[in-house]
Design a protein around this ligand. Structure first.
Ligand SMILES: Nc1ncnc2c1ncn2[C@@H]1O[C@H](COP(=O)(O)OP(=O)(O)OP(=O)(O)O)[C@@H](O)[C@H]1O
Length: 246
């Protein structure tokens, strides 16, 4: 059942950030949310996480409006925002423990989950290192581990790989795909980088607040009669991918 968005509209004063956006995430998959800067991705995340109140439209979790089940939403969602919120002076484990306490997890459970997740994300030997001593890619992985600590079924990542080099980006992308495959995790992966998307991924193309495509990447290419998603994206938005990368 998962997450469904129906006819979402949102405006900042007179600026329309989202206009009649509807979609349903494909369960157990990395759902790519592809959009250039200013497309409305962060606004959508703020609404999905109830950071902002809805103005128009609905967001449903397992068929029920999220406004009626805030607690359940908090349990079911793991979130990695664009801006890091790790405490640089605390250790990896301390950062995770803090998050675990907010979710009412026992410290024993946090330690158990933290070691399993960090092992999986190839950071098992960094538990007691300070965040400050980690590189950008490793910090991102800690954030992913933290977001998964309370065992959510849906993981939202807002430009999780921004500012990282290609190797670190690929590694994080691969780890998240492994989690989808092995744990049936549903992921919404916001990006403006087409190279992060595989041809079998469900893709949402958001541009200027409107949803322009909602299909598998290869289906979008087929519909646009292009050989690559980059060419389809250019056709849909009128933008070259390279001209709108941050
Ligand atoms: N606080 C705000 N006040 C006014 N307009 C805003 C505000 N935040 C965002 N906007 C506008 O809303 C639109 C959508 O912005 P949003 O940040 O959601 O896009 P985005 O796809 O996340 O972009 P980016 O990749 O640059 O973060 C843009 O036109 C932006 O300028």
């Amino acid at each position: 059942m998962g997450i469904e968005v129906r006819n979402l509209c949102f405006r900042y004063g007179t600026r329309q950030a989202l206009q009649d956006v509807s979609f349903r995430l494909v369960d157990g998959k990395l759902n790519a949310l592809l959009g250039p800067n200013g497309a409305g991705k962060s606004t959508l995340y703020a609404l999905l996480t109830q950071l902002f109140n809805l103005q128009q439209g609905e967001i449903l979790l397992n068929g029920v409006p999220i406004s009626r089940q805030s607690r359940k939403l908090k349990q079911q969602l793991g979130v990695v925002f664009q801006q890091s919120t790790l405490d640089l002076d605390l250790s990896v484990l301390q950062n995770l423990e803090y998050h675990g306490a907010l979710h009412g997890l026992s410290s024993r459970d946090v330690r158990h989950q933290a070691s399993a997740l960090l092992e999986r994300l190839e950071l098992g030997d960094r538990l007691h290192d300070s965040i400050r001593s980690l590189n950008g890619g490793h910090r991102r992985r800690v954030e992913i581990a933290r977001a998964l600590l309370h065992r959510p079924s849906i993981l939202l990542l807002d430009e999780a790989t921004v500012g990282l080099d290609t190797a670190a980006r690929q590694s994080i992308n691969r780890h998240v795909r492994d989690l989808c495959r092995d744990q049936a995790l549903t992921v919404l992966w916001a990006t403006h980088l087409i190279e992060e998307i595989d041809s079998d991924d469900p893709v949402l193309v958001l541009h200027q607040g409107r949803l322009h495509a909602d299909a598998l990447a290869h289906e979008i290419c087929h519909m646009q009669q292009t050989r690559t998603l980059a060419a389809a994206f250019e056709q849909i938005t009128g933008l070259k991918e390279s001209t709108q990368c941050a």
